[in-house]
Design a binder for this molecule. Sequence first.
Ligand SMILES: NC(=O)c1ccc[n+]([C@@H]2O[C@H](COP(=O)([O-])OP(=O)(O)OC[C@H]3O[C@@H](n4cnc5c(N)ncnc54)[C@H](O)[C@@H]3O)[C@@H](O)[C@H]2O)c1
Length: 295
Amino acid sequence: MSNEFNGKTAIISGAAGGIGLALAEALGQQGMNIVMGDIDIQALAVSRQALLDKGINVLACELDVTDYKQWQDVVSRAKEAYGKVHMVVNNAGVGGIPGKIEDTEHATWRWVMDVNVMGVLYGAQACVPAIKEHSEGGWVINVASMAGMLGMPYAGAYCASKAAVVSMTESWAVELAPHNIHVSALCPAFVKTRIHESHRNRQEKYAVAPTERQDKKKLQAGANAAALAVESGIPVNVLAERVLEALASKQTYIYTHPNYRKVTSGRSKAIDKAFVDAQESPVVGHLIDEEIVTF
Ligand SMILES: NC(=O)c1ccc[n+]([C@@H]2O[C@H](COP(=O)([O-])OP(=O)(O)OC[C@H]3O[C@@H](n4cnc5c(N)ncnc54)[C@H](O)[C@@H]3O)[C@@H](O)[C@H]2O)c1
């Protein structure tokens, strides 16, 4: 098989189901060795077997992305099995619990930020040195979301976490370009997975104190709305095909829902308009003539 992925190794977090599993299968079919990590070891065993049955080289590792030590172990095991690491797909993520600002527990914020933000950071910190070790280059693919491109009511924690992932991607894309490591943020809108049931894998350390717990009725209403939206999403195999297509043209932002352009362009226009207001300001308008500092 002649393509840029064949014979290389990808580590994919949250690969036991949903988007992670679809990407594992698509990349495996391109000839990559797949190292799948997930917190859900039962689902992981089933998915590992499904990939093996399709003739894909697979190593399955228990991985809670909020534990840096576990990430380091996965990288060691990947190198032992396949020699080198070329790609990390920071996919594991949780949807949190939709709710008002005052109703969303601190433990829920910590869970969402730890899995969705620290999990991505730990994945990069553990894998990037292994990718730099050889001179073949590679990829860091961070699974963000359309939620990282715009704020949404009742989803502050999820949107904040995904905006952080977009921002880390933009920073790392510039930092890692000289190493021939391509960095992308995958930003889907709704995809048909089990993201609305993320609480199934919520770790004990993020348990909510009874005094903090949200009203059950409000919780159910938010959960129903999220389930409906996710159920109407695109199939995971379409998303995976789109990712391969976008990687071939080395895009930094990978979109899967072109119909959301009108939403993000509204945001871009509002940001641009705020610059015009600042330019016209008697207080700061003169700064327009000063040099721009970048790194
Ligand atoms: N489904 C959507 O509509 C949608 C849209 C945009 C972005 N995303 C993002 O896609 C990614 C994958 O989600 P999905 O939709 O496939 O959901 P999913 O719930 O079907 O799959 C998530 C996987 O991550 C695993 N996981 C959860 N917590 C983990 C942890 N601490 N450590 C390791 N693994 C863990 C789960 O066991 C599961 O296998 C997430 O980052 C999500 O935010 C999803």
